[in-house]
Design a protein around this ligand. Sequence first.
Ligand SMILES: [Zn+2]
Length: 410
Amino acid sequence: MFSGTNLPRVGGYNLNVVLSSIQAADGISRVEIAKQTGLTAQTVSVIVRRLIEQGIVKEDGSSPSSGGKPRTTLRINPRAAYAIGIHFDPIEVSVVVVDMMGQELAQSRHGISPRLEPEALIAEAAEVAHKRLAELDIPDDRVLGVGAACPGPIDQSQGLVISPPRRDCWTEVPIKRLLEHHTGFDVIVDNDANAAAIGERWSGHGRTVSDFAFLYMGTGIGGAMFLSNHIYRGVSLNAGEFGHIVVEPNGTPCYCGNRGCLEAMCSPAAIVRNVRAELALGRASSLVHLYDEDPELVDHTAICLAAVDNDQVARRVIDRVAEYLADCAVIIANALDVELLVIGGKGVIHVADIYAEKVTEFLQSRPLARKTHTLRVAISDMANNGAALGAASLVLHAAYAPNTADLVGV
Ligand SMILES: [Zn+2]
């Protein structure tokens, strides 16, 4: 359940259940909706008429049915509403505009100067968002709101970024209030991993799944739990910190106070540090010429490309990371018993297949529930800007997903 937002909700619980089944399907009839949702044909018919009148759903041809008359196919009208997503990563800001189906219509991305104050950065992002809307000819009254994704921990109810790693000047920044002031839209804030998971639910691998976990590899490593159709947020709204699961007792110290956390062992910064340490020892590698020119040139991207090219040093480090990820995936599987694990974030670009293969191997042989069902592994198709797209989906999800609070009139 989302708290701390005044984003408009479109209707009651049943309406959102119907809308959700239309959104998840690639074309669906009224009869199929009734079958899927357990609602009566008459209720579905009344709700669909309302959604069509509001321009949210459209009739789109028909499909033959067994015996009876052809059934009219219903689809979401993607142009019914729009949302803006902004991802404040420690090193760059991404802004996207999406349609009602969560499809990206425009995006911008720019690096962050470490000296830029948070409010100046937020004002700049707001200006970029308005420019993209103007280019797309989207009037403000068709925009549902702005979703902002930030590195955790955050206080979602207050819309505060608390103390993200590597961004000292972002302590206790009232990002919701500042973004609402600078954009003029309602704003919902979440951590980047939760946002990316909602993006998967809205337009990625999680569309038809009620329970999945998301392992997010960005600048740091985070996670999210989408359970019974909702993000599980925990007592302080910061659940899902998979990056701080210990995978190597007595391993590298982590800023959280523990040692050997997934983040300390597998973040892009850790990968770069480990490869440079090997190169400093004089190991043979295709990266040596870069290292000799300037060790800074041996960055995460260069290492991932070298690993895919089977460079021994890079591949060894990436393979070890894959094993740690797989260890963590088994812990997640045993704790949550979900049907899908999505791995995403820009940290998996180029090496996603190496990670997915090892994680799949471990998940097929280690979790206790493996004999009752398989746990699918998927790589997010939104690795490059999943958190920004997910931030926009936060808005769509808050406005349109079935919310049990609607059942009791809260
Ligand atoms: Zn840690």
